[in-house]
Write a protein of this length. Structure first.
Length: 253
């Protein structure tokens, strides 16, 4: 299937590793020009060097999404240097954590305001061109009471509602907005890799609940993201796609 991505201009926030890097790699292979960012300067430099082998334009630098002015400046410069933005995929997350109020502030700033600021930055250009695709990244933990009461689940759940609202509000502008909710994903240096080493019982119990007998990979989530972002998914708007290998127990009618 031709996804129709060649020549598109995409911004990915949180692209230095894991799902973000896998998404950037697929988009670059498909012919997209990219602007990428993450907190790690070294991580972004390595990602850019790797992605440029596909022959498309790749720009980027490190930025902390919690520093609103720096982040907004980076977004504006990325749009200008790319010559527009066809696709926005904000992936950065503060991760999970059960504890004091500081976890809630951190999760709100990163998981909610991070995407909000990015969407606000790209909407004018997308509206002017009457075309655009935004993919928000939530989690299966937003749909089920997993892992105890924590900010991560609640903040990610808000993106599912907000994504639908955006889709309804901006469909008239030719902009599609969809949400992907990944299940547990394992890769070297990722959260589940660390859980495997520090919380072996929890990791093993989670693994036993996987119908396919394993956790997901970044590439498997990235393929779903790239499809939803692409013109091949032109009739998907306001959709919420769970990509978890049937890990969750909810039935969607």
């Amino acid at each position: 299937m031709d996804l129709g991505l060649s020549g598109k201009k995409a911004i990915i926030v949180g692209a230095a590793r894991g799902i973000g890097m896998a998404t950037a790699e697929i988009l670059a292979r498909e012919g997209c020009d990219l602007a990428i960012t993450a907190r790690s300067e070294d991580g972004i430099k390595d990602a850019i060097a790797n992605l440029r082998k596909y022959g498309t334009k790749v720009i980027g630098s490190a930025v902390n999404v919690k520093k609103a002015d720096d982040y907004k400046t980076w977004l504006a410069e990325a749009i200008d240097e790319l010559g527009g933005c066809d696709i926005l995929i904000p992936i950065t997350s503060a991760g999970s954590g059960v504890g004091s109020e500081k976890y809630w502030h951190n999760a709100f700033e990163v998981d909610v305001l991070g995407p909000v600021r990015a969407v606000e930055a790209v909407l004018p250009a997308m509206t002017e061109r009457k075309s655009g695709s935004i993919v928000l990244i939530a989690t299966t933990s937003a749909g089920e009471a997993m892992g105890g009461p924590q900010a991560y689940n609640a903040m990610k759940a808000s993106l599912i509602t907000w994504g639908k609202q955006l889709a309804l509000a901006h469909g008239k502008d030719g902009i599609r907005v969809n949400v992907i909710s990944p299940g547990p994903v394992e890769f070297e240096g990722g959260n589940w890799d660390m859980i495997k080493g520090t919380m072996e019982k929890f990791y093993t119990n989670t693994l036993r609940q996987q119908p396919l007998g394993r956790l997901g990979t970044p590439e498997e989530i990235a393929r779903a993201i790239c499809f939803m972002a692409s013109p091949a998914a032109s009739w998907c708007n306001g959709s919420h796609l769970v990509v978890d290998g049937a890990y969750t127990n909810r039935t969607h009618f």
